[in-house]
Design a protein around this ligand. Structure first.
Ligand code: GLN
Length: 307
């Protein structure tokens, strides 16, 4: 039977399909021609139920939505203090690819911008198995199914990601990255090229909402402490230079990616995911932003509520 939530999502989908502004990300050639008619919304509850509408099984690259999950893994591998030494937790107010490194120390402002995310990858423990294998297993455990990465999107960003390459070397020069930065950068690009569907992202967001325990498999994928830290940083930094207007309008920890995905988390309750590849100038999905605003307002999800 169709639930009221299914009908609500179907109406919202039809309304927002009419929004046609924005362009797919042009910085990675393999993604430049993404089909902007594609659109999906998925809402997963912490008891593992998923409501979805549109192209919710269509795969796309996770891009920067990988960052909070890599950050949580690095936190659990090293502990908060060791991660804090390398990566700050301050909103930079800058674009995702800005060179936001502290004067003198080179410490990135936070783990949601590229500089901090590349540093995060270098903190993932690779003593027992390959670093990227661990990252892929971690993302898969949060999604509740085995994920894969796109060699084509990885290769495309390898050819064009000059600023990220420069950032990795800058981080090495400041000793924020203590090893060879080239394999670190490659694993960052691979992490960004992991293919997910909107349903996968909703389950990954629901795992965060559920304190790190995957709602369907029951696996504790991340510690509660890592989740709390990650959601805090998502709240202040997840939407980059749009974080202020996002939190004012939607009031949920969130993360966008240039692949067109967006997640938002209502702790203890809901993981929300949206996909639509046309992006605004901040690199966030236009329909993703509009859908989040509508859902937050209609369902009363904003964490600041007037009495
Ligand atoms: N792979 C992209 C980059 O590093 C991810 C950016 C994003 O999704 N905001 O530039």
């Amino acid at each position: 039977m169709r639930s009221p939530i299914d009908s609500y999502l179907a109406d919202l989908y039809t309304d927002l399909l009419a929004l046609t502004s924005g362009t797919p990300y042009q910085g990675i050639p393999a993604m430049a021609d993404a089909d902007t008619s594609k659109f999906a919304i998925a809402l997963a509850t912490v008891d593992g139920h998923i409501y979805h509408v549109g192209d919710a099984e269509l795969p796309f690259s996770i891009q920067s939505i990988s960052k909070p999950f890599s950050y949580a893994l690095a936190l659990d591998d090293n502990g908060q203090d060791a991660v804090d030494e390398k990566i700050d937790v301050e909103p930079s107010g800058d674009a995702f690819n800005e060179i936001s490194l502290a004067r003198g120390t080179g410490r990135p402002a936070n783990a949601m911008i590229n500089a901090g995310a590349i540093a995060t990858i270098s903190l993932v423990n690779d003593e027992e198995s390959s670093r990227f294998e661990r990252i892929l297993e971690h993302f898969s455990a949060a999604a509740g199914r085995q994920l894969q990465y796109s060699e084509a999107i990885f290769a495309s960003e390898m050819r064009t990601g000059h600023r990220n390459r420069a950032l990795a070397h800058l981080l090495r020069s400041f000793n924020i990255i203590e090893k060879d930065p080239t394999p670190v950068l490659e694993d960052y690009f691979r992490a960004c090229a992991v293919m997910v569907s909107t349903n996968d992202l909703a389950m990954m967001a629901a795992t965060l909402a559920n304190g790190g325990t995957q709602p369907r498999t029951g696996e504790q994928v991340m510690s509660k402490e890592a989740v709390q830290r990650t959601l805090s940083v998502m709240t202040t930094c997840g939407m980059y230079d749009d974080a202020g207007s996002w939190i004012a309008a939607v009031g949920l920890p969130a993360k966008s990616g240039v692949g067109g995905g967006l997640i938002a988390v209502l702790p203890g309750q809901i993981g929300l995911a949206i996909y639509s590849p046309a992006l605004d100038p901040h690199g966030s999905s236009v329909r993703g932003l509009a859908a989040s605003e509508r859902i937050s307002a209609d369902m009363g999800l904003h964490f600041v509520r007037a009495a």
